[in-house]
Design a protein around this ligand. Structure first.
Ligand code: TYD
Length: 204
């Protein structure tokens, strides 16, 4: 039987990476932790172009296409093979990030960005998406490391990204679970586990 695809979404400083890893650890060998952008050979190079190279001009549409290219390779090289082997794939960011950042954030039509992502992913959509919800001001306080190229956009951009995530979650409540990311780490992990036990009893 094919494994599930579970995505973690949210802004920087929402704790989603920590929680994605914790869930993968709890599931042990039955799960694979992965992330976007960057978790394939091509993806690692795209990630560098997208996030590290501050001097490089990248238009909003070019950024969307590079994120989509990363997703296309990620699906073929990492996600599909693991799912076909029956493993649950837990990805730190997926299409929801493109809709939030390139759609709502960069102000390209979110529906078009979503379609581009579906095409890139050859239709592979997550079975469940966790949104770790933290307001932009709390996220800003939590963020101690240097900002990448996308993060360096201003406060209005981050507010739009935040609202874009929430909208996606509200519009597709069967797929998305909103978790209050301001709670302490163990409590967030427990709530995530509760959702897993309800949606996928075969995993617990
Ligand atoms: P990530 O490596 O998850 O770092 P963090 O969550 O700690 O910021 O994300 C890297 C950046 O890539 C982040 O600023 C969001 C951005 N991003 C997009 O703009 N669109 C996308 O489709 C994805 C996957 C990421």
């Amino acid at each position: 039987m094919s494994g599930y695809l579970i995505a973690f979404e949210g802004g920087e400083g929402s704790g989603k990476s920590t929680q994605a890893r914790r869930l993968a650890d709890r599931l042990g060998g039955r799960a694979l932790f992965t992330f976007e952008p960057g978790d394939s050979a091509l993806g690692a190079q795209l990630r560098q172009l997208l996030l590290d190279t501050e001097a490089l001009a990248i238009s909003d549409r070019a950024e969307s296409l590079l994120m989509a290219a990363d997703r296309a390779q990620h699906v073929v090289e990492v996600i599909r093979p693991a799912m076909a082997a029956g493993r649950t794939v837990i990805t730190d960011r997926y299409a929801g990030s493109s809709v939030a950042y390139q759609g709502y954030g960069r102000q390209l039509p979110p529906g078009e960005v979503e379609r581009l992502s579906r095409w890139a992913a050859d239709g592979l959509w997550p079975d469940l998406v966790f949104l770790l919800e933290v307001t932009p001001s709390v996220a800003e306080q939590r963020l101690v490391r240097a900002k990448d190229r996308v993060e360096s956009a201003g406060a209005a951009f981050h507010q739009r990204v935040h609202d874009g995530f929430l909208r996606q979650a509200i519009e597709d409540p069967d797929r998305w679970a909103i978790i209050d990311g301001t709670q302490d780490e163990d409590r967030v992990a427990e709530q995530i586990w509760q959702v897993i036990s309800i949606r996928f009893p075969d995993l617990v």
